[in-house]
Design a binder for this molecule. Sequence first.
Ligand code: ADE
Ligand code: ZN
Length: 330
Amino acid sequence: MPLPKAELHLHIEGTLEPELAFALAARGGVTLPYADTGALREAYRFEDLQSFLDLYYELMAVLRTERDFADLADAYLTRAAAQGVRHAEIFFDPQAHLARGVAMETVVEGLWRVLGDSERTHGVSTRLIMCFLRDESAESALRTLDAAKPFLDRITGVGLDSAEVGHPPVKFREVYEAAAALGLRRVAHAGEEGPPEYITEALDVLGVERVDHGLRCLEDPALVARLVRERVPLTLCPLSNVRLRAVDTIERHPLRTMLEAGLLCTVNSDDPAYFGGYAGDNFDAVRSALGLGEERLRELARNSFLAAFLDDDEALRERYLAEVAAYSFG
Ligand code: ADE
Ligand code: ZN
């Protein structure tokens, strides 16, 4: 039995495996510019975040109907559950779909067909987090929040993703204020490729409760001290960092250093179909590459439930934490 864990940094569009992409393309009459799944996998050699995003957005063309989004969510939850994920907070990128003529309702209702019943069907509790694309305008983000208003009973929070450098958090001050006023939780990608100042800005200007990635905090000791003091969770994604060349190799990933510094780190998969593994694969990778012992792995699992947006169901959080405490490593 795998270690129970929560996944807090997962883009549902990044779970689109090549096989499913081709199946959805055939069903929807969409032509992909790749001969087959092998040719598509050949394209999974990324230089940086942008080179990945180009392919990530291109493949979204196959996601057109509620059924497509439901199939995507179902495939993810099946894989995640097999790797010990008990709770998943799932990002989606509505602007990328709205721009292709796919309605907010299609995306949210399609995902919800599966997420709405995921505890019973997959043994995984779920939350939805709507991300704004930071390389789009602040006005577009505000329009997107407006379009989401009929669906806020299904959306727990907002996030900020896509190309980071040159798009500082402050650009989205107004939309985060509006999201907070609607009672939405707030997270943002910061310090993946962008500088440590973006992490500080996400905390101070956007009021985020967790930082997605946050890797580059290590360049600023005062920021590290603050993140430790304020117990701000970081949702790290080790295999993603290697594939997008934020770190050279998994052996050089700073996760161990970050844990030793007292940071509240979690381990997540980001875009598992593209980066070589799901949540459990990320745990396995850091376990062997960094020589993490059982208590560090248990700490990571515990952190994931402590950082989860489970405030509306503390009994469930306690149940998950008890599962982690009782877990026996084989
Ligand atoms: N969208 C999907 N994956 C992302 C990542 N790792 N960083 C920023 N935006 C993303
Ligand atoms: Zn991400």
